[in-house]
Design a protein around this ligand. Sequence first.
Ligand code: HEC
Ligand code: HEC
Length: 293
Amino acid sequence: MRILYSWPAISRLLVIVGMLSFASLHAQQSVDASQSTTVPSASPNSSPGYGLFATNCAACHGADGRGGERATDIATVSEVQQLSNGELIGIVRNGISGTGMPAFGSLEPQKVKVLVDYLRFLQGKGAVVQLPGDVHAGELLFFGKAQCSTCHMVNGKGGFIASDLSLYGSHETADQIRGVITDPKNKLPARSNATTVVTRSGKKVTGIVKSNDNFSIALQTLDGSFQLFQKFDLKQIDMESRSLMPVNYGSLFNSNELNDLISYLLSVGTKNASHVAKKHPRSDDDDDDLKSN
Ligand code: HEC
Ligand code: HEC
């Protein structure tokens, strides 16, 4: 991850020194594997998030986040699951006044992010690492074969007839995203359904209603253009039972491809949310933070 704040030279130096010593440690290990007694295991208990949570949060919320004597469950309660990463970061940074939830203002932003990721892991959601999908393959699908980008935008690229998905993955679970992709007809709200109009001359146009009054209706069609119709020119106006989102992705893609797509949306959403969260508490000095991602 790129850090755009200007670090004091000394900490850069420390990082370099750290990398060098890691590299030499690594070299030693490959020379003589029998000496390598400190190879980290891949179990979640050894993850940095586990350590940070155990030190800072577990005393009150329990080691598994499911509540303790001094604070409530933050792992399985759906109101907490539904908080965005940005909101969780805010809670950890600022605490909640009037409750026993302290502010962890002195924790580095990177550590807070690791903590929130770990909390997501405990909640069993948004945990990109848990999903066996490949983020990069998912990105290629999104902008390529799956053609999601004909309608949706992510980070400024793509179409704009449907919603921008840059932050979508920061507040939805993998299951919810899978549901929308494979079954949009049932999982998308009816208000996003498409509308078809038929003119008196028999022309049929399908799109999304952008305005509708007694005399006229405006549709945005798949090519992104707007078309305005006078109602006296129309024979028929039909609200479709589905949105413009294709309904056959579930059969078009195998489960690996779906996992890739979902992993991509989760990963890009989480990344963007942490940029936003980083940006908000410091309002004026890091304006270029978002533009350069
Ligand atoms: C000293 C005890 C204490 C510690 C330590 C603590 N919390 Fe809390 N936390 C609370 C209390 C009390 C609340 C208010 C809700 C409740 O009654 O449990 C709360 C609320 C929260 C909420 C909001 C829950 C909701 O219902 O909206 C989140 C999220 C949270 N804590 C996360 C954390 C994280 C992450 C850490 C570690 C960085 C942490 N807390 C450390 C006591 C604590
Ligand atoms: C032909 C246009 C079109 C294509 C292609 C398309 N979608 Fe959609 N999608 C929509 C519309 C329309 C909606 C519902 C309204 C909205 O989100 O603007 C929607 C909704 C969604 C939502 C829910 C958004 C929300 O805010 O609730 C997700 C997630 C989504 N699409 C993902 C995808 C993915 C992933 C792909 C590619 C596999 C894809 N879409 C392809 C048109 C499309």
